[in-house]
Design a protein around this ligand. Structure first.
Ligand code: ATP
Ligand code: MG
Length: 266
């Protein structure tokens, strides 16, 4: 069963370039132009099945976080469709979902409610959430006083205690210290054994190799490769060590040759 189905997705960010005349807007509407648009994603398609653990990899600006934002419903695609079947818990950049003026305790309760727990269920799990995060002595302090790692500890702990069918992680594991990162890895392995799905973004090649069985490589908004982690990470690592080594980068003729299960037709 597919837990995520992304079909022909494009996302264009408009770039403001000063004032424009009304006739320019009318011309764009009539000709269906996308004025000053920047394609963060171009015709991206992939599916993630239940129990699969997939990494989205790619250089800075490749479109990874944009793709996760579409999957989490924080943005809408300009073309194509994104379907998610089942409850998801997301740990996105900048510990989204937490309010800086609320205490750790209040944020846990609020976040648990967003993730679908009733108040009674959240209260039952509260002690276990705080214990896992190991930040008991700060739990009644406002979140703005937390370090990035402390906020991530709490966010990860809430997410994994809410029994999501799919967990989405954008890079944030990197801000945890090595002891906590290890703990997160073990917990993610447990979730995988329980048949949960994982979609994660990371620049850490060892982390991707450890956590994921499949990798999707995005470059300038398009899928370059989609396949088994060992097939994709070799060429990806080679490219990242020497991004200008391939003549013309990954544009044009190089793209189809690299595609193992390339889903982008651009
Ligand atoms: N709200 C926005 N407005 C305009 N452009 C945006 C917006 N969000 C993202 N972009 C652009 O879309 C492209 C993809 O951004 P995205 O954040 O998805 O990259 P990324 O692959 O997550 O990169 P990183 O590895 O640095 O996190 C970038 O060029 C970025 O400038
Ligand atoms: Mg990003």
């Amino acid at each position: 069963m597919n837990i995520i189905a992304v079909q022909g997705v494009s996302k264009v960010f408009r770039q403001k370039k000063g004032r424009r005349l009304l006739r320019d807007h009318v011309r764009d509407i009539v000709s269906r132009n996308q004025p000053d648009g920047f394609h963060a994603l171009r015709n991206v398609s992939f599916t993630v099945s239940q129990g699969e653990s997939v990494a989205l990899v790619g250089a800075n600006g490749a479109g990874k976080s944009t793709m996760l934002a579409l999957i989490c419903g924080l943005a809408t695609p300009d073309e194509g469709t994104v379907e998610v079947h089942g409850p998801l818990a997301a740990l996105l950049e900048l510990s989204s979902g937490f309010h800086p003026d609320l205490t750790g305790r209040e944020n846990v309760m609020l976040n648990a409610a967003f993730l679908g727990l009733h108040k009674r269920q959240a209260l039952e799990k509260f002690a276990s959430i705080v214990e896992f995060s190991e930040i008991e002595s700060f739990i009644d302090q406002p979140l703005r006083t937390y370090s990035a790692g402390m906020a991530m500890r709490l966010g990860f702990s809430v997410a994994v205690h809410c029994d999501p069918a799919l967990i989405i992680i954008d890079e944030v594991l990197g801000v945890g210290d090595s002891a906590f990162q290890q703990k997160c890895m073990e917990r993610i392995h447990e979730l995988r054994r329980d048949g949960k799905s994982l979609l994660c973004v990371s620049h850490s090649i060892p982390l991707v190799r450890e956590l994921c069985s499949r990798a999707i490589w995005l470059h300038e908004g398009s899928v370059v490769m989609d396949g088994a982690v060992d097939e994709v990470m070799g060429p990806y690592e080679e490219f990242m060590l020497n991004p200008h080594g391939l003549r013309g980068g990954l544009r044009g003729a190089a793209l189809p040759k690299l595609g193992a299960r390339a889903s982008s037709t651009d």
